[in-house]
Design a protein around this ligand. Sequence first.
Ligand code: HEC
Length: 358
Amino acid sequence: MRLLWILGFTVAIASADDLPRQALEILSTNCIGCHNGELKIAQLDLTTREGMLKGGERGEALSPGDPLKSRLYRAAAHLDQPSMPPGKKLQDWQVEVIKRLSSGWIFQGNYTWSKTLGDYDGEDTALTQSFRTLRNLSLDKKRLSYDRLHVFRSNGIWELPFGPGKLIGNNAHRVVGKIIGGWQTGSIFNAFSGAPVNFTAVNAFNTVSGATPVAVGSVPTGAVQRVGNGVVYFSGYQHVVDPCVAQITTLQNLQSRSTLRAIADASGKLLLVNGQPGQLGMQQNMLRGPGTFRLDVNLIKNISVRERYKIQIRADAINLLNKTQWGNPVTNINSATFGRITTATGNRTITFNARIDF
Ligand code: HEC
């Protein structure tokens, strides 16, 4: 692939970016050597969240909802004795990460704006076969297939603040505590622009790969639209016989055998036609297909029964908002289904699950 340029920048929405991995790394390099399941110095096991909640000799190490009370944070920030790790202090940012870990919610998100231009998509050995002409490779300059103008991704986990060790109901009756505690919800939300698409056509004399139509009027722009008998992306256009068909001889019914079509606007003015000898057609990947918008959410209830058993009941909703993820439209101007979207994914599914660990 000859990549011409990629331009982009990313903004991390929350400074809690990458928190779980970061927190895990900080704990495992600085704390877990002593506070693990086997060694458990001061009765403290920092390898699991349960272990943190349970705490050590002095009591719980985490106070979800109130990081300032969390022993884990106070020890790492040298606010209380014993200050940890023994004999040294973590860097300020590491202490900050531990503080966030203590608060019971984690959110990370990022937004990227980018544009990726190149003249060949992929890295296979067929490099030379896919150019429209080997005499001028740069005629294939286009947005590459993985170019996405906007990408927004986020995910979060939130332990609901009810029950033992939490803001509300900390001192509730044991049974009530079991019912209202241990709830956690999480979400993944992604939204991005569609993939680049291009109109395709044929070039009657010179069958090059990736042939595109010649734009003789304004280029149609797309948007998903439901119509009586389906879904269209390019609407208000007419499918007409390509004007070049008129030049084909009528002898032996040759002309009527041509299936070449052109796109015209509502008033019949031609917009896209098939290329004639010597014409290359418009640039590839000029348009964007439909974007993606998806929210996945889960709700988890953890119940621990004595020391040994852990029960987890969870509901996972994939595509909670039931937003259809439309496939790319048919962009071949010679196809009878030009402009239609014929594929889609993204049914909402909700799965319920129960698990017992022992
Ligand atoms: C070299 C071993 C060692 C490492 C590494 C270490 N600790 Fe400790 N930790 C101890 C010892 C020993 C105690 C008991 C000290 C005492 O009771 O005076 C302790 C006690 C604690 C306590 C109090 C537990 C209780 O309830 O009594 C907390 C909280 C704690 N450590 C957190 C951490 C954190 C957070 C880290 C990493 C940043 C860490 N420790 C790294 C050895 C270690």
